[in-house]
Design a binder for this molecule. Structure first.
Ligand SMILES: [Zn+2]
Length: 390
């Protein structure tokens, strides 16, 4: 009888064991995910719950040949924190981690949530430890994706961007740069100014410029060195404008939309050094403590005419908003505080030409730059050459 028990244990272990115990991706080796379909801090307006930041990454588990997948914890040794829960959107399994395969050392305060599995390993029990054991065997997924959250446990637990976990190598190359589509100039809602296209010396920027409640300026696939294909506008009147970005990060497919890893802005002399950003958001962690309650509208533009939406256009505010301080939304903490106090207050700038730059960077280090040039007109035009005449 004992021999049979041991034998069946060995068989179970063989069935559930992954070949490489150091493999940290939640899909078993060889069953790799096809695509990251959304990542940390994507804005979710109203999908399955109230508007919220997406607190993890979504890994699409589809391929034409394979119908069901095995899901393993992202560490080989883990403890089930509570009995797995089943919801209309699939099972959720909460774990915390051990450093190795022996369950010898618990990593303090680190765990994960795996969500959307339609079946789980029904032997999993709360407060029990497992080594190399699948959370789910041959499962399908609600809406065909696994949602993975990396949680820092504790009194004020918070979620961390899984891309920022060095022990969790992403088996997919983020092969392409972020895409910067448009910069919107808000001259009317939070701004107060008159804005026109600035055509000069035979150049006509009207083609990049649409009127509306916000002026919409298309960003060509320009390089930082080529200024003349950037939008050029004139700002006058009360001269207060706010800039909103529409863009996203691509991974390796044309239909994935993800949040860039960092978005930062620069103006005039800051551009040459690219050291002191006027405004920077790093999508790395979300705090849940009461004084750091994250507000999506601090980062995303969520009302008309620039309503962010999951899976399509995401509009990012390029300025502090609401409960932000130090030029940074309180909801998204930074590894290194690099925020300068030089905020873009266009009404305080000198008369003349200015350049505003937004840089979006993905976790792989790809950067995309978008520039908008604006002439800030304070006085009426002065014809200097004529004024020097006798
Ligand atoms: Zn998700």
């Amino acid at each position: 009888m004992k021999i049979i028990t041991i034998l069946s244990l060995i068989i179970i272990t063989m069935v559930y064991a992954d070949s490489t115990t150091t493999y940290r991706w939640p899909f078993v080796t060889g069953q790799g995910a096809d695509t990251i379909i959304s990542n940390f801090c994507d804005f979710r307006p109203q999908d399955v719950s109230t508007p919220h930041f997406h607190e993890g990454i979504d890994i699409r588990a589809c391929s034409t040949s394979r119908k069901a997948y095995d899901v393993i914890s992202i560490t080989s040794g883990y403890e089930i924190l509570s009995n797995p829960d089943s919801f209309s959107y699939g099972w959720i399994v909460k774990t915390r981690f051990y450093t190795d395969d022996t369950l010898g050392t618990l990593i303090p305060n680190q765990g994960a949530h795996h969500i959307h599995m339609l079946e789980i390993n029904d032997s999993l029990q709360a407060n029990k430890c497992y080594i190399n054991t699948y959370l789910s065997h041959q499962t399908k997924f609600w809406r065909n994706h696994l949602h993975l959250e990396y949680i820092m446990l504790g009194t004020n637990s918070y979620s961390k961007n899984p891309f920022h976990i060095t022990e969790l190598p992403i088996p997919l190359a983020d092969a392409t740069s972020p895409i910067l589509n448009k910069i919107y100039v808000d001259y009317f809602v939070l701004g107060s100014a008159t804005v026109d296209s600035l055509n000069f010396l035979g150049y006509n920027f009207d083609q990049l410029y649409n009127s509306g409640t916000f002026k919409e300026c298309s960003l060509p696939t320009s390089t930082p060195a080529n200024d003349l294909d950037d939008p050029h506008i004139m700002v006058y009147g009360n001269r207060i404008v706010k800039f909103v970005l529409q863009g996203w990060d691509h991974f390796n497919k044309t239909d994935d939309y993800a949040t860039p890893s960092i978005i930062s802005t620069y103006i005039d002399h800051n551009i040459s050094s690219l050291e002191k950003a006027c405004y920077i958001v790093r999508f790395d962690s979300l705090l849940s403590s009461p004084d750091e309650v994250h507000q999506e509208e601090d980062v995303y533009y969520v009302t008309a005419p620039c309503s962010s939406a999951y899976g399509s256009a995401q509009y990012y505010r390029l300025y502090p908003h609401d409960n932000s301080s130090d030029g940074m939304p309180g909801c998204i903490i930074t590894d290194t505080l690099v925020v300068d106090s030089v905020l873009v207050k266009t009404d305080n700038l000198e008369e003349g030409m200015h350049r505003f730059r937004v840089v979006a960077e993905d976790k792989a280090g790809h950067k995309k730059t978008g520039d908008i040039h604006f002439y800030l007109r304070i006085n009426d035009w002065v014809d200097i050459s004529r004024s020097f005449q006798d």
